[in-house]
Design a binder for this molecule. Structure first.
Ligand code: DX5
Ligand code: ZN
Length: 229
């Protein structure tokens, strides 16, 4: 059964991205998050085809599932995600986000994710217009705006992507669906407030949390207080 999905503290959720964690100590890194105020874990799955990198599979997900009760938000940066939804749901995903660019039948895929009992997310790359998601908002629990080119952490945010967040926020409010807007890539204390001001309600951060000088808990608190403005 999916874990209860978290509330956004003061309207904004922080989602640490495991991509920036020490892959040799994943369980410890995940447990270190419990010191901070996070309510979900962002797990980037990459297939070396949709993006030029490889990361985690279902075995890693299953192993981490046994380590924590944090809800798992799985970001599927893979070709043909519709072929793998059931295996990721079985492995412990609470939410799955697929890319518009990899989903010619996006509405069907989002519906299939929800039928598995998971929350459904749709993601767009920096060059994909916000309006590509406008007609699937009623089938989404989350809209993910990539604020970097996907595949690698540690990049600088692409400032123009925040205009897409503004456009999505306006359309979501116009349609009246309770869709979260997530920004993913290059998010840190220097831009968290701008992301929230643009309309983001979920901030994914990898480097700014797992590589924070004072540790993951400090990284989370720094971003959360910056986001609060
Ligand atoms: C990149 C991933 C992001 C990335 C964020 O393709 O989708 O989640 O790990 O990491 P930072 O915060 O380091 O940019
Ligand atoms: Zn991601």
């Amino acid at each position: 059964m999916p874990r209860s999905w978290p509330r956004c503290t003061n309207g904004v959720a922080i989602a640490p991205s495991l991509l920036a964690a020490d892959f040799g100590r994943l369980a410890e890194e995940v447990n270190s998050l419990e010191d901070g105020d996070v309510d979900r874990l962002h797990i980037d799955v990459m297939d070396g085809a949709f993006v030029p990198n490889f990361t985690f599979g279902t075995d890693t997900l299953r192993a981490l599932r046994a380590e924590t009760d944090l809800p798992f938000e799985v970001h599927l940066m893979i070709q043909r995600p519709e072929l793998h939804l059931d295996t990721f749901a079985q492995a412990g995903a609470d939410a799955m986000t697929v890319h518009w660019e990899a989903s010619p039948h996006l509405h069907r895929t989002l519906t299939a994710i929800r039928q598995l009992g998971c929350r459904a997310g749709a993601a767009i790359n920096p060059s994909t217009p916000a309006l590509c998601l406008f007609d699937v908002l009623e089938s989404c629990d989350l809209a993910l705006v990539m604020t970097i080119d996907p595949g690698f952490g540690g990049q600088k945010i692409i400032p123009s992507t925040l205009e897409k967040v503004r456009r999505l926020r306006a359309e979501i409010d116009r349609q009246g669906h309770p869709v979260e807007i997530e920004v993913d890539g290059g998010v840190d204390a220097s831009n968290a407030a701008a992301c929230v001001a643009a309309g983001a309600t979920v901030l994914v951060a990898g480097t700014a949390i797992f590589r924070a000088p004072g540790g993951a808990g400090t990284g989370i608190r720094t971003i959360a207080s910056a986001a609060a403005g």
